[in-house]
Design a protein around this ligand. Structure first.
Ligand SMILES: Cc1cc2nc3c(=O)[nH]c(=O)nc-3n(C[C@H](O)[C@H](O)[C@H](O)COP(=O)(O)OP(=O)(O)OC[C@H]3O[C@@H](n4cnc5c(N)ncnc54)[C@H](O)[C@@H]3O)c2cc1C
Length: 463
């Protein structure tokens, strides 16, 4: 309950209290802290504006990019230029193709960039004009060239995206939390008075056949009344508001890190954001049904020397019996995050994909043990879009949701709340161009993997 709330509360002139079960004011969103389980609490996440033909997300990402840059500039000025770390790092992103030619999605992205006058920011490895431009603009060093194993005279096709990079996610959350705090927003944090146990309901006198939400109860038993409750609990949202069970599914991405010692100057330099881009690769092309099972990525090292690799080709589900009153379940089950203490072991197929990636693209680490491994929980929606709207099954606009996103929300942190606030205040009159994509959509088919259900190859209990 952090990302969306932060901006939401800054934007509106209301009395707002944020509840979160993690003691963020003390742990600083440290991803390794014992009480932290949130997708946002992480060293870094990819920033990209490349969205195939979904040009609305391209434009949203570019809006966010400007906001990151402007926020960083404010931070730089207020720190006097010292002791300051950028939240957005424009390291570039090299999207390595699974073969020696461009995949359809990549061509669509190039077309969308062209449409918005941004084609010059993209450099295609095999395109000599692009390479010359990359050289002139200082990006050539990041157009890394890798041979395709077993085909020594062929190399992977790749696109270097100079708009992209990464955001320092935990630092950004801590920064925005402090900003909100300074504006007088109340934070109830911690496993007792910050943890939401249940939402409070009563019959509506205005819409007779419906209930309305009147507030929430925290784990310490205290009742908190509210005119509107906003549920923005990432992959835990379904457990707080069961009406989300059709719309969302929790699934896990697999993360592994290596640690470089600063004394190892060669590696320290090579994997620095100044020299190394974010890299993505697909170990296998999309299958005939369009399913992507090979997607994997690496980010440049952090200031602490961590190099993070993420495998998202198979997002693991954790099916188990759903509570009786859940409106949607599959064979009586639903997928929610595993407890934190069970999230440090990666499934074998993820380990295999990471090793394959490392052996081709990061050979220096081939026999190095991981520094850490972790399952990190996505909030998958029916179509990869967020769900940001009032919940129509409840009366009087008493509950609003701000969730979903299927793995691409971090990059929007500085602006997502403004769009959400606009929708909260204005509903269908909202000026947000994202309104049509984020509405409550009970008629959308259950796709995007959410149709698979328990017992399938992604179900972590069955592999
Ligand atoms: C593996 C992985 C990789 C990703 N990579 C990228 C990327 O490269 N780029 C990008 O832009 N995005 C990425 N994302 C997506 C991005 O991280 C998310 O969209 C975003 O962080 C979601 O933020 P959130 O606040 O909605 O949820 P979360 O960050 O999950 O926060 C949920 C919060 O709810 C709190 N909570 C849960 N239950 C309760 C309760 N009962 N009471 C009180 N509080 C509760 C938790 O403590 C937590 O703070 C990735 C996600 C994953 C999982």
């Amino acid at each position: 309950m952090q990302l969306e709330f932060h901006e939401l509360i800054c934007f509106l002139d209301y009395e707002v209290t944020v509840f979160d079960r993690s003691q963020y004011d003390e742990n600083g969103y440290d991803p390794a802290a014992d009480d932290v389980q949130a997708a946002s609490a992480d060293h870094n996440k990819i920033f990209r504006a490349s969205y195939g033909n979904e040009i609305h997300y391209q434009r949203l990402a570019l809006e966010s990019r400007e906001a990151w840059i402007s926020e960083d500039e404010d931070r730089r000025l207020s720190s006097g230029g010292t002791n300051y770390q950028q939240l957005f790092v424009n390291s570039g992103m090299l999207r390595i193709q699974p073969s020696d030619h461009l995949a359809t999605l990549e061509k669509e992205t190039l077309d969308s960039m062209q449409r918005d006058g941004l084609r010059d920011t993209q450099f295609v490895e095999s395109n000599s004009t692009d390479c010359e431009r990359a050289e002139k603009l200082g990006w050539k060093e990041k157009l890394l060239n890798f041979q395709i194993p077993d085909y020594p005279d062929k190399s992977y096709e790749a696109v270097l995206d100079s708009l992209a990079g990464f955001v320092r996610c935990s630092n950004a959350c801590a920064y925005y939390r402090e900003k909100a705090d300074a504006k007088g927003i109340k934070f109830n944090l911690g496993s007792e008075h910050g943890a939401v146990e249940s939402l409070l309901e009563e019959a509506s006198s205005i819409e007779p056949n419906k209930k309305k939400i009147t507030g929430l109860k925290t784990k310490d038993g205290v009742i908190h009344k509210a005119d509107t409750v906003v549920v923005a609990a990432g992959s835990f949202s379904t457990q707080i508001l069961h009406d989300l069970s059709y719309h969302l599914e929790s699934s896990a991405g697999s993360l592994a890190t290596f640690k470089i010692n600063e004394g190892d100057t060669e590696l320290w330099e090579k994997y620095s954001p100044e020299r190394f881009p974010v890299m993505t690769w697909k170990s296998t092309p999309r299958d005939n049904s369009g399913k992507d099972t090979g997607s994997i990525y690496v980010l440049p090292r952090t200031p602490e020397g961590l190099v993070k690799i993420g495998y998202r080709g198979i997002k693991w589900t954790n099916f188990h019996p759903a509570p009786q009153d859940v409106p949607f379940a599959q064979d009586g089950q639903w997928s929610t995050p595993l407890p934190l203490e069970k999230c440090s072991v990666l499934p074998e197929p993820a380990l295999h994909a990471v090793s394959q990636f490392v052996s081709i693209f990061m050979p220096e680490f081939e026999n190095t043990p991981f520094y850490s491994t972790k399952l990190c929980w996505y909030t998958d929606s029916l179509d990869n879009s967020f769900v940001i709207d009032y919940v129509p099954t409840y009366a009087e606009n008493s509950v609003f949701v701000c969730t979903g996103g299927s793995g691409h929300g971090a990059k929007f942190l500085p602006i997502l709340g403004q769009h959400a606030a606009d929708i909260l205040e204005n509903g269908d009159e909202s000026s947000s161009f994202m309104r049509p994509f984020w509405r409550w959509r009970p008629d959308a088919p259950r796709k995007n993997g959410l149709e698979e259900g328990p017992g399938g190859p992604r179900d972590i209990g069955h592999i």
